[in-house]
Design a binder for this molecule. Structure first.
Ligand SMILES: Cc1cc2nc3c(=O)[nH]c(=O)nc-3n(C[C@H](O)[C@H](O)[C@H](O)COP(=O)(O)OP(=O)(O)OC[C@H]3O[C@@H](n4cnc5c(N)ncnc54)[C@H](O)[C@@H]3O)c2cc1C
Length: 296
């Protein structure tokens, strides 16, 4: 790892296991974990962050792959976007693979990890709406070999933060064996940060459609009423087809739930500014297309 920071970290520890990494962080409370470094080193290089020490997670092989456990995929936090974008992973969790393929240019995808994407918790984090729609949970490693689980959405909402010495070890994602989609809109052609994104998954066992909208708020938004309404229209035991008008209405419903009309001011109708209206149309189009693709 290299840095152009004027004040680089005083020490870099490279543990070989999750518990060793937790022990290193516990022994050096001022140390900061670093995985791919794509977010962290940007903060160091811009002078926003001056970590006294770094604990590198790149040599911990146990968090760089995945395994199956009770109908779930247990994904290592050290999985890179490039690895998640490969066909074998796409066969497992297609929406997460699509998000990983969309996460920045190739050099970023080669280094950037799932765990780093979650902890950075940027509104534009591409894996986040997928994890929200999948209702994924985090397996957090703590001092003394402790493990605890919390929903990804709790961490993103700040309801449950990582404690001292804690690291994300794994992400537990239910395997749904049904169509799932991730679409992202950017402000330019080629790799770019999302201006809006939509993840949509079908869960036939629970007869649910789950949808999360990313990039338009500090954390992914779930339009729960729109989800329930569209799920009630689907004939789950038949061909699961819907008329294009229903898909379009779902898109509008999702967009209006996530970007509501402003409250009337002084009794007069208030209008959304043109840029926000454009964003709402973008969300509507992404949600409509995502549903259409999932049902096709
Ligand atoms: C040019 C560029 C373009 C980008 N484009 C996109 C994009 O289109 N979409 C997108 O989603 N992201 C994008 N990113 C952001 C970035 O690549 C991702 O957020 C990436 O997934 C971060 O992972 P990392 O391993 O590099 O994290 P790091 O930079 O190593 O760490 C980020 C934060 O997470 C913490 N951390 C890392 N792993 C763990 C763990 N296991 N447990 C606890 N804490 C941990 C670190 O301490 C740090 O606070 C871009 C970044 C750059 C520089």
């Amino acid at each position: 790892m290299t840095t152009h920071a004027p004040q680089a970290a005083q020490s870099v520890t490279l543990p070989a296991s999750l518990d060793e990494a937790v022990a290193a962080l516990t022994a050096m409370p001022a140390a900061v974990p670093v995985a791919g470094g794509t977010d962290l080193m940007a903060s160091v290089n811009s002078g926003q962050l001056r970590p006294a020490a770094l604990v590198g997670l790149g040599r911990i092989s146990e968090i760089r792959g995945w395994q199956y456990q009770d109908g779930n995929a247990l994904l290592g936090a050290g999985l890179t976007h490039a690895r998640m974008g490969r066909p074998d992973f796409a066969a497992l969790i297609p929406a997460l693979a699509a998000a990983a393929r969309a996460a920045g240019p190739p050099q970023i995808r080669n280094a950037g990890t799932l765990g780093g994407n979650i902890v950075t918790a940027a509104p534009t984090g591409d894996t986040l709406p997928v994890l929200a729609a999948m209702e994924a949970t985090l397996v957090i490693a703590g001092p003394g070999g402790a493990r605890r689980e919390t929903p990804v959405s709790h961490l993103l909402a700040g309801r449950d933060m990582l404690g001292a010495g804690e690291l994300i070890g794994f992400v537990r994602v239910p395997l749904l064996h049904a169509p799932q989609v991730f679409f992202k809109a950017t402000g330019r052609t080629g790799p770019g940060r999302a201006t809006a994104s939509v993840a949509l998954v079908l869960d036939p066992a629970r007869r649910e459609v789950r949808c999360a909208v990313g990039a338009i708020a500090p954390m992914p938004l779930r339009p729960l009423e729109a989800e329930r309404w569209i799920a009630s229209l689907i004939e789950w035991d038949a061909d699961r087809k819907l008329a294009p008008e229903a898909c379009a209405a779902f898109g509008e419903y999702v967009a209006a739930a996530c970007i509501p009309d402003p409250a009337p001011a002084d009794g007069a109708e208030a209008a959304l500014p043109p840029a926000v209206l454009h964003l709402r149309r973008t969300v509507a189009a992404l949600a409509r297309r995502a549903l259409g693709r999932a049902l096709s």
